[in-house]
Design a protein around this ligand. Structure first.
Ligand SMILES: Cc1ncc(COP(=O)(O)O)c(C=O)c1O
Length: 395
């Protein structure tokens, strides 16, 4: 049965072409879906159409980035306007000032720097933290994904220098005693503690409030910076998820929804800390990036954010709550918060992905699900139905 679903994709001419120029046809590890993924052809609102003309409700949203779904008219309008004016310059444009103003207003965090991905945002944050503190060690939490910089990858993984483990400590999230033990031993060498408040790959479970509070107090005590990675979680609140916890990070990293569907990353912090990037001061961090803060991304991002104010954030979070509640009522194990959810069923996830896809719902390969503003209650009800049927099919 399942093979009938996969076969037309596996035998599609595009799959053959891809395999001749990319190993297993793949250029983005996250998108490898055995035996061969469908190819997206177009998207409109929350509906995606693939290379076999099959249509699905897009709950993947390019791994949570497409907050307004696809081909969102207000973004299309400014992007087309920018295309006619030029897409990237060797001078800054008003558009980066405007997006920084929007981010400052949403978060209350005053200073911003933009890049092209969440990975780069995290690279910027740790470079800044190291420059600011004059220390090398980064503490992070095992299982959390922060992009592909070597500091954030398992030190035993292929291609990671053995020396990385000398400057990175990965601790179990939520384990206060272990955290305290490491900080007592090396806290004065720790430049930054990097935390995702709801790490997707570690299960999409919101962090414990008292643990987060403890990290804040401890980093202040040892003079280490607290970096909150909001690349995924920024969408759950107007100013990000850290506002829900009532804590003030030293730096936050953002990406995904802030780019309005274009490549983006960003770091925000206080004037004092962000001064480590100030080009007027000597001995500060110099960070370029040919396409960083390009006006297409910046303008698309501003429109995305302007159209995702409190009402829309709350409406989408409400739909997310409804999705999780309906699943729980049906006995399906699910975690998440706001407009994000993830299943926790002991089944073959690859098979589940295909079962859901064939019934018209695209989720992440780990079952990560994210909502977009074109969605309504009718979509949620359909998604619940598909998840229940798909789980039946794979059990
Ligand atoms: C929490 C978190 N941080 C950082 C990143 C890296 O972002 P990017 O893929 O834009 O490099 C991701 C990507 O999924 C992420 O989920």
């Amino acid at each position: 049965m399942l093979d009938d679903i996969m076969k037309p994709y596996r035998e599609h001419p595009l799959t053959d072409r891809a395999k001749k120029v990319m190993t297993s046809g793949n250029t983005r590890s996250t998108l490898f879906i055995p035996p061969a993924p469908p190819y997206a052809v177009s998207g409109s609102g929350c509906i995606l159409t693939d290379n076999l003309n099959h249509q699905v409700i897009d709950l993947n949203n390019n791994y949570t980035a497409m907050i307004h779904g696809h081909s969102y008219e207000p973004i299309n309008k400014v992007v087309v306007d920018q295309l006619s004016k030029g897409t990237a310059f060797g001078l800054p444009t008003e558009s980066d000032v405007a997006l920084a103003e929007v981010m400052a207003a949403r978060t209350g965090i005053q200073y911003w720097r933009f890049s092209n991905s969440g990975t780069e945002a995290l690279m910027t944050a740790i470079r800044g933290a190291r420059a600011f503190t004059g220390r090398d060690v980064i503490v992070r939490f095992a299982g959390s994904y922060h992009g592909s910089h070597e500091v954030f990858v398992d030190p035993t993984a292929a291609g990671i220098p053995k020396t990385t483990s000398q400057v990175v400590v990965a601790l179990p999230q939520g384990n206060k005693a272990e955290f305290d033990r490491v900080m007592a031993e090396m806290g004065t060498q720790v430049a930054a503690v990097v935390l995702d408040l709801m790490p997707n790959r570690a299960g999409l479970v919101p962090a414990d409030q008292s643990f987060v509070q403890h990290l804040r107090e401890s980093t202040l005590k040892y003079g280490s910076l607290l970096v909150i990675d909001e690349v995924i979680t920024f969408r759950v609140g107007v100013g990000g998820m850290h506002k829900e916890y009532g804590i003030s990070p030293d730096l936050i990293s953002v990406g995904k929804v802030m780019g309005g569907g274009f490549p983006v990353g960003g770091v925000g912090g206080s004037q004092e800390i962000m001064s480590v990037f100030d080009p007027i001061r000597s001995g500060t961090v110099s960070l370029g990036g040919t396409f960083s803060a390009n006006p297409v991304t910046m303008r698309a991002g501003k429109v995305a954010m302007d159209n995702f104010g409190l009402n829309e954030v709350e409406r989408l979070n409400g739909l997310g709550e409804n999705l999780r509640a309906q699943l729980r009522e049906s006995g399906v194990k699910v975690s998440g918060f706001g407009s994000l959810a993830r299943l926790h069923e002991d089944v073959d996830l690859n098979n589940l992905w295909w079962e859901m896809y064939s019934r018209g719902v695209l989720a992440g390969t780990t079952t990560l699900m994210s909502l977009s503003t074109p969605m309504s209650q009718g979509h949620i009800d359909e998604i619940v139905k598909v998840i229940k049927q798909s789980l039946e099919a794979v059990k």
